[in-house]
Design a protein around this ligand. Sequence first.
Ligand SMILES: [Zn+2]
Length: 233
Amino acid sequence: MKKFGKLTCFVIKKKYLIATLFAVLFVISSVGVFFIAKTAKASTYISTIVIDAGHGGIDGGSIGYSGTIEKDINLEYSKTLKSMCSEFGFKVVMTRSNDSGLYSPFAVNKKKDDMKKRKQIIERAKPDIVISIHMNSTKGNTSRGAQVFYNKENEHSIKLANSIQKQFQDKLIKPRKTSQSGDYYIINCTPYPSVIVECGFLSNKEEEKLLLTNDYKNNVCYSILCGIIDYMV
Ligand SMILES: [Zn+2]
């Protein structure tokens, strides 16, 4: 009986051990799944980016202190940003790649037609994010600093804007301290996370000069790329 008892005890112990082992494995795998799920939730995958060079054609945008036309410099910055993003491995769709606006020559309201075409390009691309490149301007000539504008109804737009603005803080000369909400068609017209990047003030004599240098352009575009990568993590 004693022997049998020991055997029963051994069998029970063995069963207990196997049950414990399964329980431990279950806990480990659950914790693993939890962390994988948490990581997946925390990171945002980006595959396609729409880069929108603001203005174009008959719409020159703002005019700089020494006569720089905003549409031209927007295009230069957009092309540089495209190269950097493509090199990083993102698929990039541009709303325009030359001086022309997107409106039909027969459109009565060319600005409205132009914006509608930009919306169509974004919808067709189904991007993960939209970056619209602009240069700022005010009546006075003292305002300065790069600033990102977001759609306050879209939490991803806010997150993206803050990520880019933080990179501006780290890498640029006297950027604006914070990003800002803005009520603009290009960031409101689709549900995709969209921001407007005002790279600096053309109305500021010194900043216009800075914006026209290759070094500064590369620095701004690199900051935007770093902000996009930060947004993903
Ligand atoms: Zn503009």
